[in-house]
Each structure stands twice: as structure tokens, then as C-alpha cells.
Write a protein that binds this ligand. Sequence first.
Ligand SMILES: *Cc1c(COP(=O)(O)O)cnc(C)c1O
Length: 421
Amino acid sequence: MQFENTKAYAEELDRSSSVASQRDQFLIPKVHGEDSIYFCGNSLGVQPKAARKALETELKDWEELGVEGHFHGTNPWFGYHKFLAKNTAKIVGAKPIEVVVMNNLTVNLHLMMMSFYRPTKERYKIIMEGGAFPSDMYAMESQAKLHGFSYEDAVVEVLPREGEYALRTEDILKKIEEEGDAVALVMFSGVQYYTGQYFDIPTITKAAHAVGANCGWDLAHAAGNVELKLNEWGVDFAVWCSYKYLNSGPGSVSGVFVHEKHADSPELERCAGWWGHKEEVRFNMEKGFIPEQGAAGWQLSNAPIFTMAVHKVSLAMFAEIGMDKLAQKGLDLNAYMEYVIKDVESQNDKLEFEIITPALPERGCQLSLLTGSNGKELFDYLADKGVIADWRKPNVIRLATVPMYNTFMDVWNFGELLRKF
Ligand SMILES: *Cc1c(COP(=O)(O)O)cnc(C)c1O
């Protein structure tokens, strides 16, 4: 596509885009009294206007019905997770039986590992990306220790080559093959939080299975960003949060995927709780855990209705547009962003950065800029001018052009701010 860095051109892109911006359905945070240029949806998505009403509905049911809300509420709380299954499945390319919304992300990562990381003396290694999100590193470390292994022994990190930032798929595959029979689990993030690299999920999953290992994915930065086909790709399990691209509010609930091939596997040990017990007999209050079929059988507790209410309205917005179309628009915005940034960089000597996010198909809508010596100064300048992005130590600015509410004009305006730095 031949882009132009002009206001008229950006306006035209917004007008002609195949997915109309849903910006007016959201509350965009303000800086100095004006709408910000919000490029931080990969960290915390903005508030859908529908969130307030959804919360008020549940508050009112609680007020008027008390405990009866479980069965007689507007959205009876007893089976609340089921209201989310269909639209959640669409986000990650799954069948409804393969997904459930519950708890928070890191909690779910541990729960999944209790089932899918069952190391033996011979097969105990976890292969993961170096420089992973800290919570994932700590989860792997503590899981290894829980099973009596040391971190150094059990966790094998794949690192970028000297002078590179992204991982090469061939290096990941080579590591899996090298470790072979010793690998119990291959566990990566879908989209890397720092570099924005979108890993080749089907190829890596296949390689893990070829050596007899399970393969799990942390999709915190992938869900709602890129198009996923977890069922088709044969992924064993995945977890993600709902407060980044999925706009469901700070600390909101997490999604879990367990492939249908594991739907009826009572031999898969798990941490059990009453909400994962077979629904028809849940209230018999008897001994002997019988898991509900599918991902729902990993539930522990009754549903946190308030966070799920927000998630429910947000998921409906995704379902209405379709993840394939949204992901494509995210890529279009991202491509325009790269073009505009490079254009202004060539005209302003004060700007020095390198885009460390790999090219398509290894990216979603995030762009990570490795800045030079004046990086923090640039970031602070942008923040003062109304750009909400994030700074990741030591020197990276992450920008996410979120297809739901960011516009081509956001990108153009951002370019003009860079020009004036
Ligand atoms: C955001 C993020 C988390 C956060 O975990 P919480 O349990 O929701 O606090 C974990 N892992 C990755 C890869 C993330 O990007």
C-alpha cells in the first residue's frame, strides 16, 4: 500500500476503512482536558461506555433480589460463565466447550500447569522465551521448584541471536528438537509483550508435540489483537487476560482454553473446586470430584459477576465485528504507524530509534521503538502532549494501535508531535 503522511490522507483512511472506528463507544482518557492519543491498549484497554450499565444491572439485581439473583436475575449468576463462552471462543478460534472465563491470568497459568506440566525424572523441561513477562518467569520457576527441580535445570530459555531482538522460529524449533525427550512443556507468549513479536503458534505447537511435549500459550497480548485458531492448531492450553486488548477493566477476569482432545480426560490431574464439579450434581454437596466436561471443569469458584459483566459487553462488541476484520484493521493501522514514524524520523535529526518489532507475519498491532540517548526525554515530551503509551526499561516505547478505538488520525497526529520534538 502506498501511504501518504498528510491529514487529508489519514482522514480518508478513517472514512474508507472496512471496519468503522468504534471510538464513540468508548471513553477515551483525557490529558490537559483533551482526548489523549491512547496507544496503551496493550496494557489497559479503555472503558466501553456500555460497561457502566452492565454493572448497574447486576448491582440492581443484587439490591432487589439478593441471593435469588443466582437463578432469577436478569442474567442469572449461577451459569454466568456460559454467557461468555460463545464470544470468548470466537476471540481465540475455539469451540465453546474449550473455553472458560475465570480467575486472573497468572492464577490460571498455574492451574493449567498443574494439569499440563506433570514432569517425570526423564521428562521435566520447560522451553520458554528468554525475556518473558516476569509473571510467566516466576510461574515457570515456582512450578519447576514445586516438582523438585531447580530453575536452571528445568527451564530452558530460547534467546535472540547476538544483535537481534526477536527470536527466530528456526532457533525455537532447534531447541525443542535438541532437548527432545526431556521436554515436558513448551510454553511461550503468543505476542511478546516487549518486542511485539507474534510467534508462529501452529509451527511451534507441532514441534512440541513431535517430541511428545505439551504446548501452552500465554495470550495476554494476543487475544483481541491477532486472529487465533487454537482449536485448529491443536494447542493444548492457553490463558489470557481481558483487560488489555479486550477492554474489560483493570484486573478483570481471565480466559482459559483447553483443547477438546482433553475435554473428557479425568486422568488429567487438576486443582479442583466446587464450580468445576459436574453441574447437575454440584449442589449434592457430596465427596468425590467429577469434573464438568471441557474447560469449565477447571473452574474453582463461583463467578465474579461484576468483572464478568463488563467482560460480557466487551466480548459482544468483538463478536459483532469479527476478530478477522479487527485484526486486519489493527495491522493496517500498524503499517500506517510504521510509515509515518519512518517518514518523520527521516526529517528530524533529533529522532533516533529502531523498530524492534519484526515484520509481518510476525506482528500484531503493537510497535516497539528502541530509543536512543534521548528516549526518556522523547517519551516525557509525548506524554505531556497527550500521548498515552508506555515506557519499558531500559529504553523501549511501546505503541499499540488498537483497531477498536484508535484511528488513522491518531497516527497522523502522533507523527506531527514527533515532527515537532
Ligand atoms: C499482562 C501479562 C500478565 C499479567 O498477569 P496478571 O495475572 O493478569 O497480573 C501475565 N503474562 C503476560 C505475558 C502478560 O502480558
